[in-house]
Design a protein around this ligand. Structure first.
Ligand code: ADP
Length: 488
């Protein structure tokens, strides 16, 4: 069936290598162009030949006309001068005859014709004047020009002829050259196309070899790029960038997993060792209560850690769908302050609040987490009786929350990593057993994700001994702004 053949061909074609396909397309395109060109050359040359023969016949008739005169007896007479008005003699003519309209022969010149061993005569017949082709009994075909003339009142018919075989012979040899040359040219095009495609595609083969050896452990390997500016080079660069990003994500994931397991192990070890010690000998109720208290604290820490990890994992996988509601950022700031006030009071600290009512679009629960984390850090790192200042205002078209504390400050070398996961300025301090509020280094990472998910920015400005200022800047929806006032 034709459709089956079609699908089979399509499948075969698709199974070919790009190199083979390119050379076939190249050879076919060139072949079609050459055939069109050959047809054009052949028809043009053929037309040219016919025009030339006709022109020659025309000239011969003109010469013949001048060679005819009427003699004194009133008959048509052929005078044969050496030169007729500057023309050569007619000796080279193949065939020329002159008849009276009734068919009586006046003159015949068949020099070249006879020389060519042609015995046949060209039969005379009345017909419309002009060019025509005539075939002799011998099989010879002639191009004939027949013209009626009048010499001093006597009407006559001149005929002159030229063998068409001569033209055909030349055309046949042209056709022969074209027919032999065409397949040769197409074959050469195919071979050179195959070679050229091979050279062009050579970098692909190299890239394929290298790509095959890239595994998850070798994501630092890169594809070889011969020319970064051509299409293949750009493709290779794109893949290399992809490998770089994959490598980064992979490293991050590995680090995250190992850090997370490490952090999970610490509270579990504490719970286990506290339990073991308590079981070793009989103790009074107060000691058991103390042990259980420590265990619960560690369980709390574990819960907190698992919650943070879950949140980050969900954020990474894009499973957290952020709400998009209009809410008052000032009110949210107040919420966070009220939530943590008791911690500040425990340390005799004072929280200074300067908050304006500011409408923004987003997910209040997620943003609240960010503000709580930062304020919690400020309280945690500030000394007793210090002042923590929190402000919420507009700044250069942005809604901005700043938290300033009088804590120890952060050395400059830590600032770029502060928002990384599990990053702690003083890792030992975070795990001190005595410091029950030592964090996991995830609070700022979560805050950064929350702020950036809202199209905002978070940054820290700090120096040792000078306290720290954390700044959250969020884009503001202009349409939502309304007169600012202090939120209670
Ligand atoms: P953690 O939960 O351990 O506090 P964070 O991600 O919140 O983790 O903070 C990362 C590190 O940045 C902390 O270990 C702490 O050393 C430092 N840091 C954060 N906020 C402050 C601050 N206000 N003053 C001094 N250091 C801070």
């Amino acid at each position: 069936m034709p459709t089956d053949t079609g699908t089979l061909l399509t499948r075969r074609w698709a199974a070919l290598s790009i190199r083979a396909r390119l050379s076939m397309i190249y050879a076919t395109a060139l072949g079609v162009m050459l055939v069109i060109y050959a047809v054009f050359v052949y028809t043009t040359v053929r037309e040219r030949f016919v025009i030339e023969v006709d022109h020659r016949l025309d000239q011969e008739v003109e010469i013949a006309e001048q060679a005819l005169v009427r003699d004194s007896s009133g008959r048509l007479f052929w005078r044969m001068p050496d030169r007729v008005d500057g023309y050569e003699t007619l000796a080279n003519m193949l065939w020329l005859d002159v008849h009276l309209p009734d068919g009586a022969l006046v003159y015949r010149l068949a020099g070249g014709y006879a020389k060519n061993g042609i015995a046949d005569e060209l039969p005379f017949g009345r017909r419309a004047p002009g060019f025509f082709s005539a075939k002799l009994d011998s099989g010879l075909s002639l191009r004939v020009l027949q013209r009626e003339i009048e010499v001093d009142g006597i009407r006559a018919v001149i005929r002159t002829a030229f063998p068409e075989e001569q033209v055909e012979r030349e055309l046949a040899s042209l056709l022969w050259v074209l027919t032999i040359g065409l397949p040769l040219a197409i074959g050469a095009a195919g071979i050179s196309g195959y070679w050229l495609a091979g050279r062009v595609l050579a970098p692909v083969a190299k890239m394929t070899d290298e790509a095959q050896s890239i595994t998850a452990d070798r994501l630092d390997a890169r594809l070889p790029i011969a020319n970064p500016n051509d299409e293949l080079g750009r493709l290779g660069t794109t893949f290399n960038d992809l490998f770089a990003r994959l490598g980064q994500s992979f490293d991050q994931l590995k680090r995250f997993t190992s850090e997370a397991s490490h952090e999970l192990r610490t509270p579990l070890t504490v719970i286990r060792s506290v339990g073991e010690v308590a079981l070793r000998e009989r103790r009074d109720e107060a000691a058991y209560r103390d042990t259980i208290g420590t265990m619960l604290e560690e369980a709390d820490r574990l819960t907190q850690l698992v919650q943070s990890l879950l949140m980050l994992a969900r954020a990474d996988s894009g499973r957290i769908v952020l709400g998009r509601e209009a809410f008052d950022l000032g009110r949210l700031t107040w919420d966070a302050v009220n939530h943590l006030r008791v911690l500040a009071e425990e340390k005799g600290q004072q929280i200074e609040v300067a908050v304006s009512s500011l409408m923004v679009l987003g997910d209040p629960a997620v943003l609240r987490q960010a503000v709580v984390n930062i304020l919690d850090n400020a309280i945690k790192h500030s000394p007793p009786d210090a002042v923590v200042a929190i402000a919420c205002r507009t700044h250069a078209d942005l809604a901005e929350i700043t938290v300033a504390d009088q804590g120890p400050g952060i050395p400059a070398e830590h600032l770029p990593h502060l928002f990384d996961r599990f990053y702690r300025v003083d890792a030992a301090r975070g795990r001190q057993d005595g410091d029950r509020r030592g964090g996991f280094g995830l609070g700022l990472a979560i805050a950064r994700w929350a702020v950036e998910a809202h199209g905002g920015r978070i940054e820290a400005d700090s120096a040792p001994g000078k306290g720290s200022v954390f700044r959250i800047a969020l884009p503001r929806e202009r349409t939502l702004s309304h007169p600012e006032g202090t939120t209670p």
